[in-house]
Design a protein around this ligand. Structure first.
Ligand code: PLP
Length: 376
């Protein structure tokens, strides 16, 4: 194709555009807003209780605690499990930095475990080598919306008597062996950052949990260590989920399964359109139902592809270009970087293509054409 021909087809495709999704529920969001105004209750009210009940039911667990954001959710789970200074926590080497920061926030040490090149998730077979006598827990991340290989992780954790925490910030609604993510481990953390599969209109998060005693602790931890006003049996944070966000999340939760199904259709379209291209497409492991928070491909000609897509009006993002252990925040810590070979490969190869509710088949065909043109 000559460059003139390409210009004729130039379209802009944003990396994420929340406008079509918001338009679908705009009226219901406005009604929910009016409802909260009329009720006049803005913190720890009926909307939050109702959302917690509905989200627990959705995740097929007994309890949910609405909190301020995903980072606080992971941090409070660690606190509630009594994990702190001197303890080691196994974390994936390839993840958003929040997974690590939560461990550091309670004074424990994050221990990197390499990820699998096919699933992008923590490698069950690499856990044993990372284990120390101080290891208290493992945080698994269902990265990009794909559930981890939970059976293998569970037998490892049970054998060594350590807790399993799910970082489900990218996987609302995904299933492993027909069980919902969020119901697999000892506790799970969710983020409702606006671009997540279930997003608030601002910050928000949740913890799902089975154990009733832990549930009580987490409710106190998020609210100044208190169940009853001005009675504080333990130290706590102010890390609550607002009534208005809970009301909006209730509206959006009703649409979540449909939106995840739409993500699946978009991915199928991508797969067909890219089937002859030179990029590596994401794989799905057996018995898993991913929810495609992101559509992440691999190529060893990434710089070229980014520039070429950008010239064609298509925005892309790298999730994530620098692993947590190489961030300046951890400059004073030493980690075993030899044990993170796959992570080091992936950070130079992964690229996320646009994916959002309301994207058209034409947009996906256009992107696939540009990918092929760029790498041919
Ligand atoms: C978004 C995200 C978080 C943090 O959520 P916030 O609500 O932004 O604090 C944690 N872990 C992963 C994997 C995430 O993608």
């Amino acid at each position: 194709m000559s460059s003139n021909v390409r210009l004729l087809f130039l379209v802009n495709v944003k990396f994420v555009d929340l406008e079509p999704l918001t338009r679908e529920v705009r009226h219901d969001l406005q009604t929910a807003f009016e409802g909260v105004l009329k009720e006049g209750e803005f913190i720890l009210g009926d909307q939050l209780s109702a959302f917690e009940e509905e989200f627990a039911r959705y995740c097929e667990v007994d309890h949910c605690v609405g909190v301020s954001n995903g980072l606080d959710a992971i941090t409070m789970i660690l606190e509630a499990l009594g994990i702190g200074p001197g303890d080691d926590v196994l974390v994936p080497a390839h993840t958003f930095v929040a997974t690590w920061f939560a461990v550091s926030a309670v004074g424990a040490n994050p221990i990197p475990v390499d990820v699998d090149l096919i699933t992008y998730n923590i490698s069950p077979e690499k856990l044993e080598a990372a284990l120390t006598e101080y290891t208290k827990a493992i945080i698994v991340v269902h990265l990009y919306g794909q559930p981890v290989e939970f059976d293998a992780i569970e037998s490892f954790a049970r054998h060594h008597g350590i807790y399993i925490i799910e970082d489900a910030a990218q996987a609302h609604g995904a299933r492993y062996n027909n069980r919902r993510v969020g119901s697999l481990g000892d506790a799970a953390a969710f983020s409702f950052y606006p671009t997540k599969n279930l997003g608030a209109l601002g910050d928000g998060g949740a913890i799902t949990i089975r154990d009733p005693e832990m549930y009580g602790r987490l409710r106190r931890l998020r609210n100044y260590g208190s169940d009853t006003k001005y009675v504080h049996p333990i130290l706590g944070k102010n890390a609550r989920l607002d009534e208005i966000q809970a009301a909006w999340l209730r509206v959006k939760l009703r649409r979540l399964d449909d939106w995840n199904a739409e993500r699946r259709r978009l991915i199928e379209h991508y797969r067909e359109a890219l089937s002859n291209s030179l990029v590596v497409l994401p794989s799905v492991i057996d018995n898993c139902e991913p929810v495609w928070h992101l559509f992440v491909i691999q190529t060893d000609r990434r710089r070229e592809l980014i520039d070429s897509l950008s010239n064609a009006g298509v925005s892309t993002v790298i999730h994530y270009p620098v692993p947590p252990y190489r961030q300046e925040a951890y400059a004073k810590c030493s980690f075993d970087i030899h044990a993170t070979r796959n992570t080091e490969l992936l950070v130079n190869r992964v690229l996320s293509l646009p994916l959002w509710i309301g994207m058209t088949s034409d947009q996906i065909s256009y992107i696939a054409e540009q990918v092929e043109y760029s790498l041919s």
